[in-house]
Design a protein around this ligand. Structure first.
Ligand code: SF4
Length: 242
């Protein structure tokens, strides 16, 4: 009798870095998170401060889990494991295998995403606790509007009753019209979704943040359509931590 061997392909992912730090953005700012940064992104925002195609290590599910456990052993308990990038959902096949093992450790899974890959989100939703989703107006990406994918993404998160908030990075190039469109889109899904307006941090190609009066105008405009609006800068940058 001939024996047939099935080749089991264990997916691996490209990981740029794994590090502990405070969460510097969004409504959970100040929490102690373990960040796992995935390689690559499907967008290229003009204010991007991440070398998302930089050096990486290719890690299997087991290898990444062991790195995470090692970090937690060394740095103590974290309030969440933050999947970041780049765009971590580009690795949804890997995440579908990895996240159940991470959840088995009792870790809260916090997904930082540009909110453009709803089909990928659907695949990993059962293991995600918090969705920190960016809405990217056209001035951010310089590309085609992403309204449809953003809306589908938001609806999935709300229907799955996930802890979800939206972050919009605003820059001197941001227009009131596109922000109004963003607020209407979010309100059309659920006006209770918390929304963070994050003034861009000047660095690299970005020479300045929006003027104060514009921030005030945008905050007021958001408040006419949404119930939970906050203005929060990148706190890790203010503190000079990663
Ligand atoms: S989505 Fe995020 S990681 Fe990707 S280019 Fe934009 S800012 Fe950078």
């Amino acid at each position: 009798m001939r024996l047939c061997y099935l080749k089991v392909v264990i997916p691996a992912a490209r990981i740029i870095e794994i590090f502990s730090s405070i969460q510097g953005e969004g409504v959970y700012v100040g929490q102690w998170h373990l960040f796992v940064r995935f390689w690559d992104c499907n967008l290229s925002c003009h204010y991007c401060d991440t070398d998302y195609r930089g050096a990486y290590q290719e890690l299997t599910r087991e290898e990444l889990l062991s790195r995470v456990e090692e970090k937690i052993g060394k740095e103590g308990p974290h309030q969440a494991v933050s999947l970041t990038g780049g765009e971590p959902l580009l690795w949804w096949k890997f995440l579908r295998e990895f996240l159940p093992t991470l959840k088995a450790l009792g870790q809260r899974v916090y997904l930082e995403t540009n909110g453009t890959l709803p089909d990928a989100l659907r695949e990993v939703m059962p293991w995600v606790d918090t969705i920190a989703m960016d809405v990217k107006p056209p001035s951010a990406t310089g590309g085609r509007p992403l309204w449809r994918s953003h809306e589908a993404f938001l609806r999935l998160g709300v229907e799955a009753k996930r802890d979800l908030f939206v972050k919009i990075v605003v820059t001197p190039e941001t227009s009131t019209g596109e922000l109004e469109g963003s607020f209407k889109l979010i309100a059309g899904v659920d006006s209770e979704i918390p929304v963070v307006l994050q003034p861009v941090t000047p660095c690299g190609a970005v020479s300045g943040a929006p003027e104060e009066f514009r921030m005030d105008e945008w905050r007021r405009l958001a408040g006419t359509l949404l119930r939970n609006v906050e203005v929060i800068p990148q706190v890790h940058r203010l503190l000079g931590v990663p």
